[in-house]
Design a protein around this ligand. Structure first.
Ligand code: WT7
Length: 649
């Protein structure tokens, strides 16, 4: 592994908010006296009633996590109202359409009006504090208005990525019993329409069969495309928002009142509703946004994620807006109309800080340097990466070619569950090693343990845990606190287990090596192997399925499926196609299997447990190293699997 070190750039150090001495001393304080440290930084947001209690957290027993618990505040107030005096006419959101000739700038004053109007629409239709509102939207400003409008009245939003299927949307509506949906007629990506309203209609029918009845659907007219319409249920956004007042008083929210639910995949079962609460989340999202990206007043900041993922929540909407930043929201894709799009948008809007994912970097890198070097990019100052480990080659290309060696790369490690960035360089403080997320953020205490839970000190390779709470941490799995405890705090008692493997080097730098559980990371999207398996077995022809990841040049991991068909059926290419289409329908295009191997049998132990280790090796075409197969019930199965492997090099 490359251990090349890039010292802190002099240009990044000049004017940096945090230099290395500050990092060291703040970090020490944050660990020695978290109460004092967070009492200070908790004040970075405005409180209607100041908190007197700071930290009240336990990873033991029932696991209870409370931050700033007696404080009262409101997220939309902090993201909008408090900025109006100083920066009412400053641009809050730059929207760049899928079509390069479409863009829009929204000032903080305009954001205020839009969010207030929408909040009033929600109220008018009976949405109250604590109600769940599902947001299924393309990347348009109304998606941010919708999130902020919920927070204004204390409703809990659940944003569902627009790429998810009607079934997946229905599951999420049902789980949190959401009766109000905000969507658009269609989304547009890469010039192609996405039938969001039609998908919503289908999802609502499915949800009704599970006894959750959606009362209203508020629809933004994005394309004017044809959609179905239920007269007593569906509402046009542009009509409704004109029928209400442009002011709405922000609801008084306790710090621990729920803010949002975001569904994410785990190693077993259905996706979990990760619940984040009000005060701690906002403090942490805002603080990490400011220091990790060294955000200065006036900077133009662009995170390319979708608001359907946590990155979009924390680093397109809440963190930047809480800081009074200008945040760019991009509707399109990196390769439309051409593979220069990202760099053209950077030049067009003079972007200073750019935050994207390794999968996009690798894809653009494979298109060569010309599409990059023909653009200027001279506004760039900071680059960021998130979502999966970035391989050193992609890191170097990002640094040398995209950043012209002028911009430090912050490789930020975190999770939906963590609410904000936990391990990351700080641009003016941290020497960089390509491929390493480097050091913990303030207040974060990583620990490596072996499989038996023994703590590993110094340079070591193990399972990554966090030993104490930080304000942005998830509080529970919505409606299932037991699952919260079991998933995160019982593998290694009293510690938050991340599910990631990690190496710490002699300099104390952390290198995330990827998931150690049955969670896949495909193009930075998280997926449970169990979810793909259950989609496969729901097909008439499939009797059993086992899904594993394998290294994929562009996606990071590809999805490899072993499928056992019902007796008498034959695996054909036509059936393969059918199964791929079926999984896309059940979950969404991001879950498309890359390889399907029809296998009459799966390697099982005598007690019937599928030996995934073997399946992973065969998928990697690395069957020389299968390890111990003596516990297999039928060793002959393995020979067949090897003979028919789909990934021959
Ligand atoms: C998993 C969390 C957090 C935003 C996007 C993903 C992997 C995330 C990195 C990174 C290595 C990373 C981990 C983690 N991951 N960032 N910089 N280096 N791995 O959120 O969908 O909750 O996935 O993504 O495996 O556990 P998520």
């Amino acid at each position: 592994m490359s251990e090349k070190v890039h010292p802190v750039l002099a240009s990044a150090k000049k004017n940096a908010l945090i230099d290395n001495d500050t990092y060291q001393s703040w970090y020490k304080q944050s660990i020695k006296d978290p109460e004092k440290f967070w009492a200070k930084h908790g004040k970075r947001i405005d409180w209607f009633k100041p908190f007197t209690k700071v930290k009240n957290t336990s990873f033991q027993g029932k696991v209870a996590i409370k931050w700033f618990e007696d404080g009262v505040t409101n997220v939309s107030y902090n993201c909008i109202d408090r900025h109006l005096k100083k920066r009412g006419d400053q641009v809050a959101i730059i929207w760049e359409g899928d079509n390069p000739y479409l863009d829009k700038k929204i000032t903080y004053n305009e954001l205020y009006e839009q969010v207030c109007r929408l909040a009033n629409v929600l109220k008018k239709h009976g949405v109250k504090k604590g109600d769940r509102v599902t947001i299924y939207m393309p990347m348009i400003p109304e998606a941010s208005y919708a999130m902020l409008a919920c927070t204004r009245i204390g409703a809990i939003h659940s944003v569902v990525f627009g790429g998810f299927s009607p079934d997946a949307l229905a599951g999420r509506i049902v789980d949190c019993e959401s009766t109000f949906v905000i969507t658009a007629d269609e989304g547009v990506r890469g010039g192609k329409p996405i039938p969001l309203k039609d998908n919503t209609d289908k999802a609502i029918d499915i949800a009704a069969r599970h006894h959750v009845r959606v009362k209203n659907v508020l629809v933004v007219r994005r394309t004017g495309g044809k959609t179905g319409w239920a007269a007593n249920r569906d509402l046009w956004y542009h009509e409704e928002t004109l029928s209400v007042k442009p002011e709405c008083k922000p609801e008084r929210m306790k710090a621990e009142d729920p803010l949002f639910i975001l569904y994410t995949s785990g190693s077993t079962g259905k996706p979990k509703g990760v619940l984040h609460t009000t005060g701690g989340y906002l403090v942490y999202a805002a603080m990490t946004h400011q220091y990790v990206f060294d955000y200065h007043d006036g900077d133009i900041y662009w995170c390319t994620a979708d608001v359907g993922w946590v990155t979009g929540h924390s680093y397109i909407v809440y963190g930047p807006l809480a800081n009074g930043a200008t945040t760019l929201m991009f509707e399109g894709v990196p390769n439309y109309p051409s593979v220069s799009r990202f760099w053209e948008v950077i030049d067009k809007h003079k972007v200073n800080i750019f935050y994207t994912a390794p999968t996009a970097i690798r894809a653009l890198m494979s298109a060569g340097n010309d599409p990059v070097t023909k653009t200027s990019r001279k506004s760039l100052r900071i680059l960021g990466s998130v979502g999966e480990p970035i391989n050193p080659e992609a890191w170097e290309w990002y640094y040398q070619v995209v950043g012209d060696k002028r911009s430090p790369i912050v490789d930020t490690w975190w999770q939906t569950e963590t609410g904000g960035i936990l391990i990351t360089p700080l641009p003016g403080a941290t020497a960089l090693k390509p491929g390493s997320a480097t050091r913990p953020f303030f207040g974060v205490q990583p620990q490596l343990v072996d499989n038996e839970g023994n703590v590993l000190d110094g340079a070591a390779d193990g399972n990554l845990c966090i030993t104490d709470s930080w304000p942005g941490q998830m509080r529970t799995v919505y409606g299932d606190h037991k699952r919260f405890i079991e998933t995160y705090f019982s593998t290694y008692k009293g510690k938050y287990f991340t599910g990631d493997g990690c190496r710490r080097d002699k300099d104390g730098y952390y290198w995330i090596t990827g998931r150690v559980d049955d969670v896949l990371n495909v193009s930075g999207h998280r997926m449970g192997t169990a979810e793909v398996e259950s989609a496969l077995v729901s097909h008439d022809t499939v009797s059993e399925a086992a899904v594993v990841g394998y290294p994929h040049d562009l996606k990071g991991q590809g999805i490899y499926c072993y499928v056992t068909l019902m007796a008498g059926l034959e695996g054909t290419d036509a059936l393969r196609k059918d199964l791929v289409a079926h999984v896309r329908k059940e979950i969404g295009p991001i879950a498309s299997p890359d390889k399907i191997q029809f296998s009459p049998g799966l390697p099982k132990t005598r007690s019937g447990k599928i030996m995934r280790r073997i399946l992973r090796k065969i998928a990697e075409d690395d069957f020389g190293a299968l390890g111990d197969t003596s516990t297999l019930a039928d060793p002959a199965v393995v020979d067949d699997l090897i003979a028919n492997r789909q990934n021959k090099k």
